[in-house]
Ligand binder design. Structure first.
Ligand SMILES: NC(=O)c1ccc[n+]([C@@H]2O[C@H](COP(=O)([O-])OP(=O)(O)OC[C@H]3O[C@@H](n4cnc5c(N)ncnc54)[C@H](OP(=O)(O)O)[C@@H]3O)[C@@H](O)[C@H]2O)c1
Length: 239
């Protein structure tokens, strides 16, 4: 795999080039996840519902866009931690692209409830609808009431190792029966995860989701399961 730096606004040109060059598949990241859609031939149901693509593969002559972000998180919880989301009450903090994908995947994984808590309530409404009847907009007080808390805001990104940076919500709401996931992976150890551990909760960093969302794409391209441990070790080294 190689990385292509594509300037904002040039996603369609990059897709056209991939067709010409016979590239076997692409992974897509910010800021192209929505813009790339118009250049593709088809979308999977999740990509269509989310309006965002992070994974592109060929189906015959058709270039198809898919989204593996949320499924990557659910898979990583299941395979790396033995944690099943089925029947769990969940809170997703944030309502951007990553949050929407996680909300959708938690509902697909049959979480009993998916509460969306976001700074901008209008965006929370849109995200919560992706969980259908399991979704609703909540307030920070809901965080104390759930089993699984997922930070899908960018708060904590770029924090230094000993930082006392703001966390996306008051960590005093957390307790030992909870699992707290921070999607932020730079740094892996965020102020929120440190605070969650202090409160006795189980803290999970964003590396597992990062690895599994990519592994799902590689599996689709090759028909083979990639070596998750090798991928995680490589990701950890490079981070
Ligand atoms: N581990 C992984 O594999 C993985 C995958 C994808 C993304 N991520 C990470 O997830 C994070 C979010 O990514 P994204 O693509 O969803 O970004 P995004 O679309 O820009 O959304 C950012 C979200 O963060 C909220 N936010 C930003 N600053 C805030 C603040 N100071 N206080 C409260 N809320 C704040 C925004 O709230 P408003 O709606 O109010 O603006 C929005 O809901 C990033 O750190 C990214 O690196 C990780």
């Amino acid at each position: 795999m190689v990385a292509f730096e594509v300037p904002a606004g040039h996603a369609p040109a990059a897709i056209s080039a991939a067709r010409t060059l016979g590239i076997s598949g692409l992974m897509v990241t910010m800021p192209h996840k929505a813009e790339v859609i118009d250049a593709l031939d088809d979308l999977t149901e999740s990509a269509r519902e989310l309006g965002a693509v992070n994974s592109i593969y060929w189906s015959g002559e058709q270039l198809v866009g898919h989204n593996t972000d949320g499924e990557g998180l659910v898979r990583s919880l299941q395979l790396d931690r033995g944690y099943q989301v089925i029947g769990q009450r969940c809170a997703v903090i944030g309502a951007g692209g990553a949050a929407r994908s996680v909300v959708h995947a938690l509902a697909q994984g049959e979480a009993s409830e998916v509460v969306v808590v976001n700074r901008t309530p209008e965006r929370a409404e849109i995200a919560a609808t992706l969980a259908g009847s399991r979704g609703r907009v909540g307030s920070p007080a809901d965080i104390a009431e759930v089993d699984l808390v997922v930070n899908a805001t960018s708060v904590g990104m770029g924090a230094s190792a000993d930082a006392v940076d703001p966390t996306p919500f008051d960590p005093g709401l957390l307790h030992p029966d909870q699992v707290v996931v921070d999607l932020v992976y730079q740094p892996l150890e965020t102020p929120l995860l440190r605070a969650a551990r202090r409160m006795g909760a189980t803290a999970v960093d964003g590396l597992g989701m990062l690895v599994h969302q990519a592994a799902l794409t590689i599996e689709r391209w090759t028909g083979q399961e990639p070596d998750i441990e090798a991928m995680a070790a490589a990701a950890r080294r490079s981070l």
